[in-house]
Design a binder for this molecule. Structure first.
Ligand SMILES: Nc1ncnc2c1ncn2[C@@H]1O[C@H](COP(=O)(O)OP(=O)(O)O)[C@@H](O)[C@H]1O
Ligand SMILES: [Mg+2]
Length: 256
């Protein structure tokens, strides 16, 4: 379980990126985070990944305080951020330098197979399409078998077809080991297709405006009437979110 306990983040320039965020994401749960730009979504993920320290409060994974990058927590950014001077295999295995070469190669190959790129180990980043590069970034995050996988708008730079393809693929990957998954997205449909709960954030200071619970089993039908209704509700909630008090009871459950 990923827990943020009364976490706030104030940057040195005075920006209150997050104010008093308390949040628990269950083992195996998929939480989507939506909200306008600047409301602290990326800051929240960086704190959860241990890349940044909270000003107050703390982040825990399965009860252990996260004080820096941790093998149990994987993070994928909007851009793949592959190192151009390393092959695909080199990129995926970058964080495994402590392992013996044969063990490292086995893990790298298994991770590449999981994202459908088993034949791409010797390729260079520049030889990949956008979707392939993002799958390599996913493989790099998955190679340590993280219990918590954090994704920061991972598909937003991709075309619509590739995006839907990778959303389905992400669900397959998740089903393998059922990590806790936190997905920041600006795509409402993506949130409604993938998530158990959708958390809406507001800016100045960054805070939780409300949380929508989705009870329909996956895979979900994007064309169904109930899906359309849930989408309208979430869009309306996003528009009204400024009037909500912070807290998880703000939104009703949507049965899509
Ligand atoms: N390193 C930083 N230093 C100062 N301010 C920052 C830094 N990173 C983000 N911010 C500010 O914190 C707020 C939240 O940013 P961010 O977490 O990137 O939001 P989001 O991902 O929701 O767009 C914004 O006002 C942003 O300008
Ligand atoms: Mg961001």
């Amino acid at each position: 379980m990923l827990a943020l306990n009364a976490v706030s983040k104030r940057y040195p320039n005075g920006t209150r990126a997050l104010a008093d965020i308390s949040l628990a994401v269950d083992a195996g749960e998929i939480l989507a985070i939506v909200g306008g730009s600047g409301c602290g979504k990326s800051t929240l993920l960086r704190l959860a990944a241990g890349l940044e320290a909270p000003t107050t409060g703390e982040v825990q994974v399965d009860g252990e305080r996260i004080a820096g990058p941790h093998p149990a927590v994987g993070l994928v950014f909007q851009e793949p951020r592959l190192l151009p001077w390393l092959t695909v295999a080199g990129n995926v295995g970058f964080g495994l330098a402590a392992l013996a070469p044969t063990e490292r190669a086995a893990k790298v190959n298994a991770a590449l197979a999981r994202v459908g790129l088993a034949d791409y180990a010797a390729r260079w980043p520049r030889e990949l399409s956008g979707g392939q590069a993002q799958r390599v970034a996913l493989a790099r995050a998955l190679v340590t078998n993280p219990r918590v996988l954090l994704l920061d708008e991972p598909f937003s730079a991709l075309d619509a077809f590739t995006r839907v393809d990778l959303q389905d693929h992400l669900l397959d990957l998740w089903a393998d080991t059922r990590p806790t998954l936190v997905l920041v997205t600006h795509d409402i449909e993506e949130a409604l297709v993938l998530a158990d709960r959708v958390m809406v954030m507001r800016a100045h200071p960054g805070r939780i405006a409300g949380v929508l619970t989705l009870e329909a089993p996956r895979p979900r039908d994007r064309q169904s009437g109930t899906f359309e209704r849930a989408k309208r509700q979430l869009l309306a909630d996003l528009g009204r979110a400024g009037t909500y008090r912070s807290g998880e009871e703000a939104f009703p459950t949507a049965a899509i």
